[in-house]
Design a binder for this molecule. Sequence first.
Ligand code: HEM
Length: 452
Amino acid sequence: MSYPPISETALNTIIKSNAYEPYYPYKSPIDLYDIHQFTNGQPFSAYDELRENSPIYFQKPPEWDVEPGAWMLTSYKDIMEVSSNPAIFSSQASTGNLMTLGNPETRHPKLWQTSIDHMLNLDGSFHLDLRREHMPFFKPGYVDELHKKVEIKVEVLLDAIAKVGKSNLVKDLSQQIPIFTLSEVLGIPEEDRHKLSTWMEFLELAQYFAAEGMKKTQGKTEEMEVDTSMIELFENMIGEMFEYGKHILQEKRLNPKNDLLSAIANAELGGAKLSQEYLDGSWLLIIFAGNDTTRNSISGAIKLLTEFPEQKKKLLNNLDLLPNFAQETIRMVSPVIHMRRTTTCETTLGNQKLGKGEKIIMWYGAANRDPSIFSNPNLFDIERENAAKHLAFGMGRHTCIGKPVALMQLKEVYKQILTRFPDMQMDGDWKVAPNNFVHAIQEMPVSFTPEK
Ligand code: HEM
């Protein structure tokens, strides 16, 4: 019998408000639920203030949300402890991230279900078994072969902008590389790959649409900021994405190839193949996790190199620094903004007592700039000795499986950019989506001396 979908349990799980008074008498100046606080990059100074004054902070929810508040963690030590202790801080005890994906009347039913039924939200042996099915596609030998293809693809994409001298880096490069790489791993045919870009853009706006929908149904707003035709388009695109996923996974079940989608489609776990719910959920997880994160690290890197020209000079003089540059970039960018866990029992974290069934949010960007671990943390230092200690890939059982693929892409892209266009720099305003789950850079103008 196949594993039952955990979204069914989630329907009946009640998240509790704080059983115990907050230990720290502090009122945060910023509400981390507010996705508009993230449209000019992450609120790093607010993270610093929280970490200094209340590293475990209970934030009440916005009045339109359907769940009670959450404990916000901003210190490296606490985030390590939570990530390393899945029996107490469970990924499966409840679901979602900080914001729910809407109440039953407004949420996109398929998106809600699939954002739950995948391995990121599982504990125990089912998680480990499903993760094992993915592993062969992230091992060194496989990644080395993939690297050769990525090398060629980066060259082709750079050729296309070489004579122009300017580009929207997101559209021309940052978005294209992860889609290419992931499609190679998953086994998505070339003619379909362009669809992933549009789906990603809509997925990055999912939180925004969900929040606006909730405000409306709770009577907190008369007019939504987003018009109904946009919501319709969003629903159509998301629908198309799931249809495509269902179709391709069916095809891979019937005619397996040596690719990750075939591995997922044919995995025998608990004596049966995965149910449609887990197929849909695994599809959503892999195309989002494998794309968006790397894309935003590639764009984020150009911003850092523009803002820290002396670091860029150092890198140009010594490309052997690329591996540490990649880690330091990911520390500074922290493209996954947060992950959530739920307490399974009463416990104590630092000075704070926590009740059972409470929501815990780990702000990775805050941990990655914790001065008790990283000296002068807001400085981009490509020679930082402990850069790789960052928690941007998570920690513990759910540590990012795609880490070697992400690092390989970032190093390759920057090796080629710095070799061919050493003066490439950010040139104009960026655009960042209102999202507090992933740092979603949607536009990044750059300029450079064109090739003759
Ligand atoms: C810079 C790039 C990336 C960052 C910062 C990143 C970050 C993360 C984080 C924070 C987690 C969750 C850790 C936790 O809950 O403890 C995660 C999990 C995951 N990532 Fe990544 N990721 C990146 C790239 C990728 C890529 C390229 C892929 C696939 C090709 C990928 C696939 C996954 C998957 C499947 C999981 C779930 C693992 C599990 O639940 O066991 N990620 N990632």
